[in-house]
Design a protein around this ligand. Sequence first.
Ligand code: PSU
Ligand code: MN
Length: 311
Amino acid sequence: MIASHLRISPLVQNALLHHLPVVALETTIISHGMPYPDNIATALEVERIIKENGAIPATIGIIDGEIVVGLSSQEIKEFGSLKKEIIKVSRRDFAFVISQKKWGSLTVAATMIVAKMVGIDIFVTGGIGGVHYGVSDSLDISADLEELAHNRTCVVCAGAKAILDLAKTLEYLETKGVDVIGYQSDYLAAFYSHHSDLKLEYRLDSPGEIAKYLKVKKDLALDSGTLISNPIPLEFELPYEIVHKSIQQALDKAQELHIKGKVLTPFLLKEITKLTDGLSLEANKHLIYHNALIGSLIAVALNNLIYNTSA
Ligand code: PSU
Ligand code: MN
């Protein structure tokens, strides 16, 4: 474990030491992915769901240049209050934010890096980054995909965000050897929608089966990420027409305003929240809650399998 620049909360430290199931959580979704105050309420609710299901949540962020694994509720509130500058951190941003003693929120890629450093196998988020539309001009492919290619952390998500080119994202994941498992579904989850029309190679129907699968990857030391594609529950999905229309409008506006790079994803999410009158935000919350539920059940099952203990 890398000790410098890193602080692990006593609760998470104790859990790792005693082989209790731990679930990693990101902070970009709090600082850049959702509006205040829903962002804070959602982050705290996700932690509550994880605890309720027998695992220990570890929300990860950078505070004054120190990576903190296991943020307190107060620290989570500070990430969400939007009062200070918080830099969105992916792999390339760590050294700058840490050496300059700034605050940084971690993306999927960055959270996977820290999870691997400290030995957390399961990570719950909303949707991963991926290949953006118009990639042949912009070359905009999220660093999340690159991290998934060589980091074994299992990411439980509702697919990639709907603002992305899902077909190309799936193709890219295949090229990189990332396995995408449909949880109780044959198709890739499409964030606000239960599923896309993209068929997945593999489907597993219980946390126990997923735990067995992850144990084999661990045994073989196969260093590529696993994506668990966990669809938003049907009762919470947004109708296709609403999603499709607002995504198209948000993409057009981004193009008009020449919005590129790391600000693009937060811009699109914000626009869609406006265009759907908050409906997309509600769906976003529910899909994350469901990921938290399934992710903690997987963490508990994997833990029982490896250490032969009950949490
Ligand atoms: N999923 C969400 N909301 C978010 C993100 C994902 O539901 O805000 C964030 C994640 O942190 C993800 C990042 O890693 O967006 C991807 O950004 P980019 O496309 O710039 O790589
Ligand atoms: Mn990008």
